[in-house]
Design a protein around this ligand. Sequence first.
Ligand code: NDP
Length: 282
Amino acid sequence: MLLLDGKATAQALRQELAQETARLAEQYGRTPHLAVVLVGDDPASQIYVRNKEKACADAGIRSTAHRVEAEIGQAALESLVSGLNADPDIDGILVQAPLPRGLNLLDVQSLVDPAKDVDGFHPVSVGRLSIGLPSLPPCTPAGVMFLLEKYGIPCSGRKAVVVGRSNIVGKPMALMLTKADATVTVCHSRTRNLADECRQADILVAAIGRAKMITADMVKPGAVVMDVGMNRDESGLCGDVDFASVKEVASAITPVPGGIGPMTIAMLLKNTVQAYLWRMGA
Ligand code: NDP
């Protein structure tokens, strides 16, 4: 069984990006710049934003966090995002989800200039991805694809099953696997015989949000298993895959932690550098 090491792969990519940003800063006279909007004081969001700031700093990307109070109101939040759109010094904009009650996330995300949409959640980014035009891809499924590619795992002609159909993971994951010439099935909470569907998969992606739900009997021997889930149970942080049993049947598997999580942050940095390159006309 091959352990797909997202931590090491992300670390290597971050180092490459650091070298690239140092070279770009010399060439264009400034470093890529990410703006992060954090509304309210959700403790998990604060940790995520701090991790993103640190990852940016390590990769030579400037980041500015705009921390605003939960009571900011939709209009003022939208005007903050509009200001960042218009700011020529900003390459990427990220609005940290979830937003406090009373604020509409999709409305705010839809206001971000698609050229600065490093989360890849803007409807234009989603549309461009779906018809194969250049776009900034959503970071988590992009991280899954990057890891597959790094380990030389082919998708073409293989059967992929994605469990989960969220806008941020499951749906774009299915689009990317389709683009990579896999034959894709998307499963969700209304799927009948989930285990049967999963057992068809050469590549199984779990993006469900249910601790250890994918068990060994749901996995075809020799399948590649990508675990996007981030859950907490009595044993601590765990994925949607029952790692202990599934590793005995899979040919390759991502751990949690240390799998898709670190890849997601690395893809955010990659998108920020891409957005910067577009702005520089490169
Ligand atoms: P959502 O809750 O938005 O979507 C979950 C999906 O799983 C839905 O499509 C839902 O179906 C489906 N589902 C739920 N229960 C079942 C079931 N019993 N059988 C089959 N399908 C089911 O979650 P996200 O996509 O946002 O996240 C999924 C997981 O990935 C979470 O654990 C999250 O924490 C993690 N995550 C990790 C990231 C990372 O960086 N590693 C980034 C983003 C998310 P339906 O549509 O019918 O409701």
